[in-house]
Design a protein around this ligand. Structure first.
Ligand code: ADP
Ligand code: ZN
Length: 725
């Protein structure tokens, strides 16, 4: 494992492993078969790529998509790893070059499509070479129970006979046990080590909003929070994609459309534009995404409800693969369920129809539910969230507006279901509750029920929504062909007043004003420098004809704009910069950093670990003594209550730098009031939000306050709140 640490540092510039990577690498190094289940962005590739460099011989990686292989091989080559791919899209010459390189023992990692691998002569040729391991990527494709079964993957069972002495490792993001067990059987794994990671993605901030009109306004509100960054907008139908893309382009967004109705060329063009960051937004149907591992997608917006939580988890999971904060927003309309139901009923066999409808029901329950989003998704996959709050969803942030008397309201609805003898569906029940004069109600005499017209003040649609919410939270069950409502045991507890559901207020929430302010992990990052580096990265990527994130990920660029290294040596300290990258790009990036820092008089060669004054711990550890001159000059002025801008002007540093000093100042002096930098009324509101929601996460507070405060003010206030804890 020590070797691994060295390899990671050298080739990838990473200093830490993510959860389960160590265990997964250990299995590979020991040559024990394994199944590794990690969510999208969990870092599966590294689990076999790093050991492949530490072991003797050639590693074979089976992968289902050519675009995916190409990306991975480009990224590896760029990091100085001897890797190549072999698939049917290459010319005979290209293919024989690769084969020759294998014969000469020059390659460490070979990506190969399943058909190519199992071509008779080729398997025999490989068997005569020294192999280090076999990795099957996207391994759920072997299982019919998965959501992406591929017949050519089925034949991979033959690998065991072809390479009896080589360990086989399977990697997937699909969590269900059924799929996992099937992978072991299909690939004929020998008592594999099974490693299942947590499916929670704490950096993804989930929220759900009822869709108003066509949703464009809400989509734009999210996009504006991530201006000039990459976002994906998913729509249900092709026509919705075209309409949404047109409106966004009309409003000045750099957006492109992607769906199966376009020609191959048009699709490829749209995808390339998105990957090369010539377009910020791709508007797409589910057809888009598989095989795209762009790591810096900052928002995934669903303008319509997907048909299952598997789909939702996978699609929303394309946000924030680099581990930085990203948003996943689901807009759902009352009609979405019906659209899918219609589609499902059109096309599939009876059994498939039942399964699909049940999944659709679970998805609708999520959309209308009012329970923690992270917990809801995890539970669906059979896992539990640690702790009471995820601190990263609209519910836990307290963004949802709940009705005050949910218990009474729920009791009215449930007793109506009871009076109707649990023989009617949601629509009928809502009609009775709102006192409808419909023929069917009058003829069956239900206008005489004691619950008739109990909610006559509410529109029927709203009552219908509440019924869905009660079903979503398990107080009502829907049964049979007509979705007849019945009361569950927990529903009975509500009737007895022992349990209170959460019911949402009608959707009056205006689209949040766009704060247009960056996310949390911009701490210490100079935004202007970051933008310059991005332009530089795009230029290099275009020249090399690779996606921008292959040159450097967003996390690495941010760290550059935070540390601002002025030597190639210091450049190597940036997280995500390994030796090969430093050699190739070090001079160029360092020159740009120097230039920008000189012209804007920014502080350089910052070590964030030393610079950040540790937060005072509960044990009362003393803050690190500070000796630098600029700091004492700043502190002196802060003592006199000067404003940030005034201090910045006086000492000739940027406002960003002074803010960092001010935050240190607040922490060192243990200030619990941010005046005069934040006024008392605003501090009161910020504290109230933090208290009510139990979170002092700046991005959340910023969203709540609708652009009434600046990000700087929020940060200062939060530092004071933390001092008071
Ligand atoms: P997966 O295949 O599981 O979806 P990837 O292997 O593509 O995920 O990794 C997602 C991103 O995380 C990539 O940009 C990768 O370079 C990065 N990454 C993986 N492991 C680490 C690590 N230990 N430290 C920092 N970044 C990592
Ligand atoms: Zn939550």
């Amino acid at each position: 494992m020590e070797r691994m640490a060295e390899i990671l540092r050298r080739h990838w510039g990473y200093s830490d492993l993510r959860p389960l990577q160590r265990e997964a690498m250990a299995s590979v190094l020991r040559g024990r078969d394994s199944i590794v289940v990690l969510p999208t962005g969990g870092g599966k590739s590294l689990c076999f790529q790093a050991p492949a460099l530490g072991l003797a011989g050639l590693a074979i990686v089976v992968s289902p998509l050519i675009s995916l292989m190409k990306d991975q091989v480009d990224a590896l080559t760029d990091s100085g790893v001897a890797a190549a791919r072999l698939d049917s899209s290459q010319s005979p010459d290209e293919q024989s070059d690769v084969v020759a390189a294998i014969r000469r023992g020059e390659l460490k990692i070979l990506y190969v499509s399943p058909e190519r691998l199992l071509m008779n002569g080729f398997a025999r040729f490989l068997a005569s070479q020294r192999l280090s391991l076999i990795a099957v990527d996207e391994a759920h494709c072997v299982s019919m129970w998965g959501h992406d079964f591929r017949p050519e993957y089925r034949q991979l069972g033959a690998l065991r006979d072809a390479f009896p002495k080589v360990a086989i490792h399977a990697y997937t993001a699909t969590a269900t046990k059924q799929v996992r067990d099937d992978i072991a059987v299909q690939l004929r794994l020998r008592s594999p080590e099974v490693l299942v990671g947590s499916f929670d993605r704490p950096n993804l901030i989930y929220s759900v909003e009822p869709r108003a009109d066509d949703g464009v306004r809400q989509v734009r509100a999210v996009l504006d929070r991530h201006a000039d960054e990459s976002s994906i907008v998913y729509c249900i139908r092709r026509a919705d994609v075209d309409a949404m893309a047109d409106k966004l382009v009309g409003a000045g967004y750099r957006a492109v459309a992607y769906h199966a109705g376009l020609t191959d060329d048009a699709r490829r063009e749209a995808q390339d534009a998105f990957i090369r960051e010539e377009a910020d937004v791709i508007v797409a149907t589910v057809a888009f995404g598989m095989g795209i591992d762009k790591s810096n997608v900052r928002a995934v917006i669903h303008a319509g409800m997907p048909k299952s939580l598997e789909h939702y988890q996978q699609e929303s999971g394309r946000a924030g693969r680099d581990g930085l904060d990203a948003e996943c927003v689901l807009l759902y309309g009352a009609g979405d369920y019906g659209v899918w139901k219609y589609i499902i009923e059109q096309s599939e066999s009876e059994q498939a129809k039942r399964v699909a409808l049940a999944k659709l029901g679970d998805m609708a329950a999520y959309a209308t539910g009012a329970a923690c989003r992270h917990r809801a998704i995890l539970r669906y996959f059979g896992q539990e969230l640690d702790g009471p709050s995820c601190n990263a969803c609209d519910v836990c942030f307290g963004d949802l507006e709940l009705v005050d008397d949910a218990l009474v309201l729920a009791q009215k609805i449930l007793s109506c279901v009871h009076r109707l003898e649990e023989r009617y569906g949601g629509d009928y029940t809502a009609a009775v509750l709102t006192g409808s004069r419909e023929e069917r109600i009058l003829t069956s005499g239900h206008d005489a029920l004691s619950t008739y017209g109990l909610l006559a003040d509410e529109p029927k649609k709203r009552v219908r929504d509440w019924i869905e919410q009660l079903a979503g939270q398990g107080y009502l069950a829907k049964e049979g062909e007509y979705n007849t409502l019945s009361i569950t045991p927990s529903g009975r507890r509500v009737l007895r007043g022992e349990e209170t559901p959460r019911l949402l207020k009608p959707a009056v929430r205006a689209a949040r004003a766009t704060a247009g302010t960056p996310l949390d992990s911009w701490e210490g990052v100079d935004r202007g420098l970051f933008d310059t580096l991005r332009v530089l990265r795009r230029g290099i990527a275009e020249e090399k004809k690779v996606p921008a994130y292959i040159v450097f990920g967003d996390a690495a660029l941010r760290d550059m704009a935070r540390r601002r290294p002025t030597t190639v040596e210091a450049f190597l300290d940036v997280n995500g910069v390994g030796e090969a990258k430093a050699r190739q790009y070090g001079d160029t990036f360092v020159a740009a950093i120097r230039e920008v820092c000189r012209s804007r008089d920014l502080e350089t060669d910052i070590d964030p670990e030393i610079k950040a004054v540790p937060k005072p711990t509960r044990r009362g550890a003393k803050a690190r003594p500070t000796v630098d001159l600029a700091r004492s000059l700043v502190y002196e002025r802060l003592d006199r209550g000067q404003s940030l801008d005034a201090v910045a002007d006086a000492i000739g540093k940027s406002a960003d730098t002074v803010l960092e000093y001010l935050l240190d100042y607040v922490r060192e002096k243990k200030l619990t009031s941010p005046e005069p930098w934040v006024n008392a009324t605003m501090f009161g509101r910020i504290s109230e939000i933090a208290r009510v929601t139990g979170t002092a996460r700046p991005i959340h507070i910023l969203r709540q306050l609708n652009g009434l405060v600046t990000y700087d003010e929020v940060k200062i206030a939060v530092a004071c709140i933390e001092n008071g804890e």
